[in-house]
Design a protein around this ligand. Sequence first.
Ligand code: ADP
Ligand code: MG
Length: 676
Amino acid sequence: MLRKELEIATFGDLLYHYPYRYFDRTKVDKVAAINANTEYVQLLGTIINIFEEGEGRKKRLVATFYDDTGQIELIWFQGAQWMKKSLVDHGRYILFGKVSFFNSAPNIAHPEIEPLNSETTIPGMQPVYSTTEKLRAKGISNRSFAKITQSLFEKIKQGDIPEILPPYLLSQYQLCNRYNAIKWIHFPDSEEQMQAARYRLKWEELLASQLKIAQLRLQHTVQQGWKFDKVGDNFNGFYNHHLPFQLTGAQKRVLKEIRVDTATGKQMNRLLQGDVGSGKTMVAVMSMLLAMDNGFQACLMAPTEILAQQHYQSVRELLAPMNIQVAILTGSTKGKERKETLAGLQDGSISIVVGTHALLEDTVVFNNLGMAIIDEQHRFGVAQRSRLWKKNSTPPHVLVMTATPIPRTLAMTLYGDLDVSVIDELPPGRQEIKTVHRNEMRRANVMDFIKNEINKGRQAYIVYPLIEESEKMDYESLMAGFEQVKVFFPEHKYNIAMVHGRQDAAERERNMQRFISGNAHILVATTVIEVGVNVPNASVMLIESAERFGLSQLHQLRGRVGRGAEQSYCILLTGNKLSNESAERMKIMTSTSNGFVIAEKDLAMRGPGDLSGTRQSGLLKFKLADIVDDSAILEQTRIAAQQIISNDPSLTNPQHTGIRNILLQEKVANNWAKIS
Ligand code: ADP
Ligand code: MG
């Protein structure tokens, strides 16, 4: 039962089933001090007026309890008979329970109650354990957990819970020992003990994860890779003669990082973070030219057909003057074209290929793949990425590009084993996107504004939220929205394209193309357009029901505009009544356009579990630690882990036996082994 409900199978597991909160029973409260904000109280006093009320199933036991300041009612809905027998009229008791109010008079239902005599002690901090409905129904309550664990602690000795951290860490970071930590987390005598215990156990948890990462990093740095020691005609020729604009300082710096990294003879595993519109494509193109200079092929992989097409077009245009063979390979590359592309990749006549995950198929054989670039990483699974490695005898260098800025703490946990490059500068001359928040009452104004922009020759996106739970509702609200848009923009004057998840790829593609080509004035869409689409003439983004989107998603959507020379606008349309949190999100969006700031706020507001792509990963599940709240510990453990691994890579020093064992046993962390 315990095993099935809470994965508790052994006494050991029970020790590690930590309380999630405590009742502070070190203090005794007074009845008179109870007010509307009071949650739990512990009272000392006398019980009187014990009697049963009601009939049949409504039968309950009530009593009055008083101390020297006032009185409160006690109620038992269950076990009334038994309670009635055991309670002594005018007896003195200590009780603990949750206060509720009925007709503005306080009462406590089912208090924990004990007679007061010479042996009674004040309980101290009382642990509260998570349990489930099923367990509770079987009588395994929070109290039973405490009792079992307590009796377990009566049997074990300090030696049964040996220390695993080396003494130098305990003293350097002032951590309590493991036995105390586990004992105190269940049964602290004071708030201080509880804090010390939690601190120590969080430390241990985060250290384990950081050690894993440090080890992986070490493995990467010894993984043989192709040595790109030349910068040749392709790279230099393009740089000197065919660059359509000056590179930004950030683009130059990142290219240099890539050049240094690929010249070491070790495999590059690099994450490139750059806000939407920061010019990652150019970095990709020049990295691929670098691969060619060293006699290798390169591929650029995008998450969708549309994006692959766009990349293909821009790469071809950029490289047009250079006589370089660029091919595209996606699910819809068929027949003769597919055959030729596959042959060209195999014999090496195609140097650069752009595609979707069709590139990962076994039929795609490269002559000599040296550089694999993955755009918008969060749509690709970890397993898919690792298949790229198998495309050459020595794995290609891997550059993962993302426009989802990852807060530092999260990056340390998720991508701690990758090197990170950041483009933190937008190309010059970009105008800031003007972002405003409007409510439903202003809809007509908003539509007039959009009409005005369209009449000036621009295009607009109108985006509807996607509620994962109900595809049908999404579809219906999109259709309703579409009808509404048509009222404002009559079809004989305006062309409206629509894309959504229910269309097949070809239809979606067709509609998208109508917008990209400038044929359609308005694109009505669900969030399928979130990633990467580039339509410089689109200067207005209207986000419907904006309160239903998360911050990072709003930021991604907004990044679809502001790509051309015109002033761009993002309008967040919401209902009239907003929760505080939604209002806060709107405020953040209208006050900053910095993706990193937004990502930090998003993480703080929502917690890491919700960030895109990380939800299923299980990487961020710690028992106690929280990567936002405990970022100070995270930082300490990262430094400690790096020191440990650099001094003792395989943890053979006897001082490290304890931590080596944890790493060996760790069940949780295994799936992060192949992040790249
Ligand atoms: P993202 O990082 O979102 O993929 P893109 O690579 O699509 O950004 O670049 C966005 C736009 O900025 C493109 O139109 C591109 O041509 C342009 N661009 C990129 N780098 C520069 C630069 N250094 N100077 C001017 N424009 C640039
Ligand atoms: Mg891009």
